[in-house]
Design a protein around this ligand. Structure first.
Ligand code: SF4
Length: 83
């Protein structure tokens, strides 16, 4: 399991989540319009959910239907194949 960052992060990139992640698995790149969580590094602690001011982060099995596409986007950001 991993946590997934969804649409509200786009053009927000608040980065509060970066400060609380115990394993530094949330990444930003200038060319990205949102942050992404590395699915293989995330330890599923959930610490990043509450600090996000736009409620963009969900456990992968709790991503709202309208944002399901972000599951694959998070994997593809790291050249990984979505499950
Ligand atoms: Fe980091 Fe925990 Fe959020 Fe995964 S769930 S991205 S390990 S803070």
């Amino acid at each position: 399991m991993t946590y997934i960052i969804t649409e509200p992060c786009i053009d927000t990139k608040d980065k509060s989540c970066l400060e609380v992640c115990p394993v530094d698995c949330i990444y930003d790149k200038d060319e990205w319009n949102q942050l992404f969580i590395h699915p293989e590094e995330c330890i599923d602690c959930g610490a990043c959910v509450e600090p996000c001011p736009v409620d963009a982060i969900f456990a992968d099995d709790e991503v709202p239907e309208k944002w399901q596409g972000f599951v694959a986007k998070n994997y593809e950001a790291f050249d990984l194949e979505a499950p």
